[in-house]
Design a protein around this ligand. Sequence first.
Ligand code: NAD
Ligand code: IPM
Ligand code: MN
Length: 368
Amino acid sequence: MSNAYKVAILEGDAIGPEIMAQAVRVFDAVTRHRDVEFELIRAPFGAAAYFDTGKAFPEETKAICDSADAILKGPVGLSHEESQKIPVDEQPERGAILPLRARFNTYANVRPIYLSADMAHFSPLKKEVIPEGIDIILIRELVGGLYFGEKESGVNEAGKRYVKEVLEYDEDQVRQILKIGFETAQGRKKVLHNIHKSNVLKSSVFWNEILEEVRVDYPDVEVVHLLVDAAATALCLNPGQFDVMVMENMFGDILSDQGGGILGSLGLMPSACIGPDKAYYEPSHGSAPDIAGKNIANPYSMIGSVAMMLETSFNMGAEAKLVWEAMKSVFEAGYTTADLKGTGETQLLSTAEFGDKVMEKLDALLAL
Ligand code: NAD
Ligand code: IPM
Ligand code: MN
């Protein structure tokens, strides 16, 4: 009997539908060549869902996600001005993404920051800074910290308006993400950069205490401590020093977008959000309202998110590799998308044209 998987498809807003249309083609290609079936179940999610149903994460969508084996999510959100048309708690970041993460306890957010040496011209960094390209796995804690802590606001005793957001972690939450960091490092170069702010934050002192306990089980992994502010600079000046980085939620949000910066575009940033029972996959970037509807968005991040799903949720690591290889070969053959720096000889592809070229290559690779 062939494997049959259910995948919930949440297109998202702005460029979401455009890049999702290319990403789902991977499922067709894999089905044509392998004994596997994917049932794709579309469900409303994000700002569009709010305008249609009054909820950014409707009950119907929750049920579809619950019954799916994995979830593929496009970016959600609107421009700052358009967002104001939605009540604060239903704005899709607070009303849909965070509840999705909480629902499936997707505590481990894996964000590859990758450019092959032959794609290094996309980076704003000089060739001599990245002679071998860039190859970093950034691991971000995704369901704790400031994002999920208690929040209050009001008027204080002095009559001043105030706001308070709590950064809270318990030891289990820190331990489980650090284990993912150590395990990932063990499978690569056995060096783990632990990113924190223990010179100021008690939460980082606590994080590092737990790290000392966890590392006992990974004696072969070298730990390098780096303060988060210094890490931001180091990512620009010498990204080659990093292999696996682990950090708390908010630090990871910021440094992973910087990862997109050193690659040359957020369009090159896929991600996996992994929980104990289920994972969902999404680009690291937002819905890019500034370029929506123009067929110029880079679908690499969305297609790469499918590759991560194949490997992590469906044990199809070999097929995932072919997806990466297909995308790389299109760029290495001298094509670009509009977000990426060309070289003068490169040829520009639209969103759909990039999808066409990748699928053609993928089909050939799967047939070998
Ligand atoms: P953004 O990531 O959407 O865009 C930043 C810049 O990167 C823009 O210039 C955009 O055009 C470009 N960009 C991003 N992805 C691209 C792609 N695939 N191809 C080409 N260019 C790309 O960030 P923003 O403008 O700050 O946020 C827009 C909306 O997205 C906001 O509502 C925000 O809250 C939301 N957002 C959602 C997610 C998510 O769904 N996980 C993540 C981040 C931001
Ligand atoms: C990301 C996004 C989200 C985050 C927002 C939109 C909730 O920026 O996935 O990086 O901050 O986690
Ligand atoms: Mn972000």
